[in-house]
Design a protein around this ligand. Structure first.
Ligand SMILES: Cc1cc2nc3c(=O)[nH]c(=O)nc-3n(C[C@H](O)[C@H](O)[C@H](O)COP(=O)(O)OP(=O)(O)OC[C@H]3O[C@@H](n4cnc5c(N)ncnc54)[C@H](O)[C@@H]3O)c2cc1C
Length: 472
């Protein structure tokens, strides 16, 4: 076996798992390049059983769930810290506060494929979100680069140099999260009548599907899609954290039995964000020894509750690739092994991308339905033929778009079923099938944006919530 060193770009949960696996079962030298200075993320993932099992197998049960049931909700920063402790114990190194700025291919094979690389690292200033002008640099040699740098990977020029290309679904959703104080001793309950009333109003803004409230030892966490939210509502919430807080507190009051009363005083305790689906077209490089996985390969829709899950599928495929590469030499043409990794992972990535597509279309349809209901109210209240005619025309256009999205959603569901059945039909033909559908959706979405961008669906509903609840 001639592979000696692995570099993992990105020390998030997936990158850390890959680094531990590489060190335990593949090569002697493993280095993570991570730009963040510390693990602080308070977001909470849903951990599938196989991930819980893997974390237990790594010996992290007591660190992560001391006194609680394995698999209970726990924040990202705890998972990342536990994995990093483990990685350090077994000798993984980390270049913290660095990014990869460039790379040089080394030892080319006759077919032009480089057997290894020298990576050029540059210091990263987390606060400035840039490399300092006179920042330190260093180099790192590697025989295999594992890219696990998360959702922003598509805009990284180094990945373009490696030959990774990406496809993005133009239609998007908006989401929000809030970090709340943990349950007080004995708990407190929102008055049932109030809960029901508020749930009625918030439902058009935040349709609740899947698990959205999480209770952890550190805090309670709420993650929602803002389906009844236009571009102008999003900008308004982005600029107005008090209103966002009101909305999240109101939604919190309607969530299960979790007590979501007080926003916790931590950095980044609430935020709105855009939800987009981006996927890599291929998961290995044709020119350099490099693979891509995790959120960098496909960004999940948070509502599907499986962010870390798809990354874990990629990790499992990487475990197999490590095993296969162990029995070869870097000088050999290992394309078939990388292709196998690619084909197996493609199935999971396509599933995730289609799942996101279906959810985005469903939420946009909800948004249009909310808009239609507002136009209907306007129609009924309107005096004069001209105004009534205008409202009717509007309703017609909205209904047309709802119809288009229903068809597109049907197609996306059809492709997803194809994947679950005879996946080969789709696996080898993403562009002709889903790629084409994504283009169609982008045309529909352009019309939706044109129609709704400057409209507020939120304002009147927020006022209604305010009148029901006295906020601290
Ligand atoms: C706002 C937001 C909220 C989310 N909330 C949830 C949630 O509630 N539940 C859930 O399950 N999932 C959530 N996710 C998704 C979840 O974070 C990921 O699915 C999960 O962390 C697996 O990701 P990963 O390890 O592939 O990438 P990440 O966790 O994104 O890790 C990537 C790592 O790479 C580092 N990095 C990036 N670029 C570079 C570079 N150029 N050089 C060096 N280092 C780099 C980053 O600092 C980071 O540490 C959320 C994502 C976002 C953006």
């Amino acid at each position: 076996m001639s592979f000696k060193s692995v570099v993992v770009l990105g020390g998030g949960p997936i990158g850390l798992m890959c680094a531990i696996e590489a060190k335990q079962n593949f090569v002697k030298k493993v280095t993570i390049v991570e730009k963040r200075q510390a693990y602080t993320r308070t977001n909470v993932p849903q951990l599938q059983n196989e991930i819980v099992k893997h974390l237990k197998d790594l010996g992290l049960k007591d660190t992560l769930w001391a006194g609680r049931q394995a698999g209970d909700s726990v924040a990202f920063f705890r998972i990342e810290k536990a994995l990093w402790d483990k990685a350090q114990q077994i000798g993984v190194r980390m270049e913290r506060g660095y990014v990869i700025e460039g790379l040089i291919g080394r030892d080319p094979r006759p077919d032009g494929f480089y057997k290894s690389m020298t990576l050029v690292l540059k210091e990263w200033d987390d606060k400035a979100k840039a490399s300092p002008k006179y920042g330190k640099g260093k180099t790192l040699d590697c025989d295999l680069l594992v890219v696990a740098s998360g959702g922003g990977a598509a805009s990284d020029p180094v990945l373009q140099k490696l030959g990774f290309t990406f496809e993005k679904l133009k239609a998007k959703n908006y989401g929000a999260f809030g970090i709340f104080n943990p349950d007080p001793p004995g708990g407190s309950q929102t008055d049932l009548a109030l809960k029901t009333q508020v749930a009625g109003i918030t439902k058009s803004i935040v349709p609740q599907s899947g698990k959205i409230g999480f209770s952890t030892p550190d805090h309670n966490y709420l993650l929602v899609t803002l389906a009844g939210c236009t571009k102008s509502d999003f900008k308004y919430l982005q600029a107005n954290s008090e209103k966002l807080k009101e909305l999240l507190l109101a939604v919190g009051k309607t969530v299960g039995t979790a007590v979501l009363n007080e926003i916790k005083q931590v950095q980044k305790n609430l935020a709105v964000f855009k939800i987009a689906v981006v996927r890599a077209k291929q998961f290995y490089s044709d020119k350099y020894p490099a693979v891509i996985l995790g959120d960098a390969a496909v960004t999940p829709h948070p509502e599907a509750g499986s962010g870390i899950g798809t990354g874990f599928k990629g990790f499992q495929e990487l475990q197999k690739l490590f095993q296969a590469l162990k029995h070869t030499h870097r000088s050999e043409d290992n394309t078939a092994l990388f292709l196998k990794f690619n084909e197996s992972y493609e199935l999971h990535v396509s599933q995730k991308a289609l799942e996101g597509t279906i959810i985005i279309l469903r939420n946009l349809t909800n948004m249009l339905e909310t808009f239609k209901a507002d136009v209907e109210k306007f129609h009924q209240a309107a005096k004069g033929k001209a105004l009534k005619k205008m409202a009717e025309d509007f309703k017609g256009i909205i209904q047309g778009l709802i119809g288009e999205m229903a068809e597109e959603r049907g197609d996306a569901e059809g492709f997803r079923n194809m994947l679950n059945g005879d996946n080969n039909k789709l696996k080898h033909n993403w562009d002709a099938n889903v790629g084409k559908l994504w283009q169609q959706i982008s045309l529909t979405y352009a019309q939706v944006k044109q129609l709704t961008a400057d409209i507020s669906l939120l304002d009147s509903r927020l006022k209604e919530i305010e009148s029901k609840i006295q906020f601290a």
